[in-house]
Design a protein around this ligand. Structure first.
Ligand SMILES: Cc1cc2nc3c(=O)[nH]c(=O)nc-3n(C[C@H](O)[C@H](O)[C@H](O)COP(=O)(O)OP(=O)(O)OC[C@H]3O[C@@H](n4cnc5c(N)ncnc54)[C@H](O)[C@@H]3O)c2cc1C
Length: 323
């Protein structure tokens, strides 16, 4: 419950929403699907700006990649034909797994999921991390100044109380969103670059039941050129966990030849095992850090193997994901 909520704004233009969010005297926050925000006990929030009419619900593609508007719901993502073929469909699988309740997926948006961050427990964050997604954020400012009347050479009228409105847009890597985003910035969209040719992507998860939150999830993306790993991305996530890229595995494999199928496990298992010290998962009542690290080793190996096979087939196909 937001007990000190005094104002509800239904913005029709992005600029109006930005100006409301830029106010320093009244703490104002964006309201997307409301599935997270409205359940919060936050007495500091005094106003909300409803984003539903801002036309930020879209999934399109251009030369830079796929653009997912901040108000796109998880269900829109699941049903999107574009995302079903994009990156082996891992965004669709992860959006579906983020909440197995269709009721929640119909309301919960990608912007709200990113806004809630780790608290959302959403699998989609792990998939976005390996796809090097960026978040486009925008902010606004409004300043009142008194203009002087020009110079002797170029005389002009003095004006008082002139209002300047300014806008600022920037791209933030998803991995640094929590640190870099300012409270007055509105997330406009998520930009996901299309993985290059001969790429393979995989998303897998493990939970107590198929529809429970993920105790651990893993996403992998590999790109292979002339039999060599050109790009490797591997990340873990799960309930109560920040998404963690395992940079050591990525660095060790990039530039290395892809092992033949009969020696794949012999060569890749030791690499994965030697790099798992970098993975420092948390413990909670659902799973210990040790459980997550041990399962993670096997999940990372299988994700890399499957992503490699998909890349070699060149079809960006991916697994259904183990649940
Ligand atoms: C019964 C229930 C079950 C749930 N189960 C799950 C689950 O299984 N898995 C899961 O992932 N989540 C779950 N959630 C949590 C919630 O659904 C997610 O966190 C959801 O993705 C939030 O999206 P939303 O659009 O509802 O965001 P909101 O609740 O509207 O907002 C979330 C936060 O993001 C900010 N925000 C929203 N949009 C923007 C924007 N464009 N720019 C900047 N900031 C923004 C808001 O100010 C707020 O701080 C559950 C919630 C409920 C009520």
């Amino acid at each position: 419950m937001l007990l000190n909520l005094m104002e509800y704004h239904w913005a029709e233009q992005i600029d109006d929403a930005l100006l409301l969010l830029s106010r320093s005297d009244i703490k104002t926050v964006p309201l997307a699907g409301g599935t997270y925000l409205l359940g919060q006990r936050d007495d500091s929030i005094q106003a909300v700006v409803d984003l539903r009419d801002l036309e930020l619900s879209y999934i399109t593609e251009d030369a830079r990649g796929v653009h997912i508007g901040a108000m796109t719901t998880l269900q829109n993502m699941v049903e999107s034909p574009l995302l079903q073929e994009f990156a082996g469909g891992i965004l669709v699988q992860a959006a579906l797994a983020s909440s197995f309740s269709r009721l929640i997926r119909n309301s919960a948006t990608i912007g709200g999921t990113l806004g809630a961050g780790t608290a959302s427990q959403a699998d989609v964050l792990t998939a976005l991390a390996v796809l090097s997604a960026e978040v486009v954020v925008r902010s606004a400012s409004k300043t009142q100044v008194n203009l002087s009347g020009g110079t002797l050479e170029r005389p002009g009228l003095a004006l008082s109380g002139v209002t300047f409105k300014g806008k600022h847009e920037r791209h933030i890597l998803l991995s640094s969103l929590a640190m870099d985003r300012r409270p007055s910035e509105l997330m406009i969209e998520v930009l996901v670059p299309r993985p290059g040719a001969a790429s393979g992507a995989v998303f897998r998860r493990v939970g107590r039941t198929p529809t429970d939150v993920a105790l651990l999830n893993v996403a992998a993306l590999v790109q292979i050129t002339d039999g060599v790993y050109q790009r490797v991305r591997l990340a873990f996530g799960g309930v109560n966990m920040d998404v963690q890229r395992i940079f050591a595995i990525e660095r060790q494999l990039e530039g290395q030849p892809v092992p033949a199928a009969d020696i794949f496990s012999k060569q890749i298992v030791p690499v994965v095992q030697s790099c798992m010290d970098d993975f420092r998962p948390s413990s909670d009542f659902r799973a210990s850090a040790d459980y997550r690290r041990v399962s993670g080793t096997s999940m990372a190996y299988h994700a890399l193997e499957e992503a490699t096979n998909n890349a070699l087939r060149g079809d960006m196909a991916s697994s259904e994901g183990s649940k």
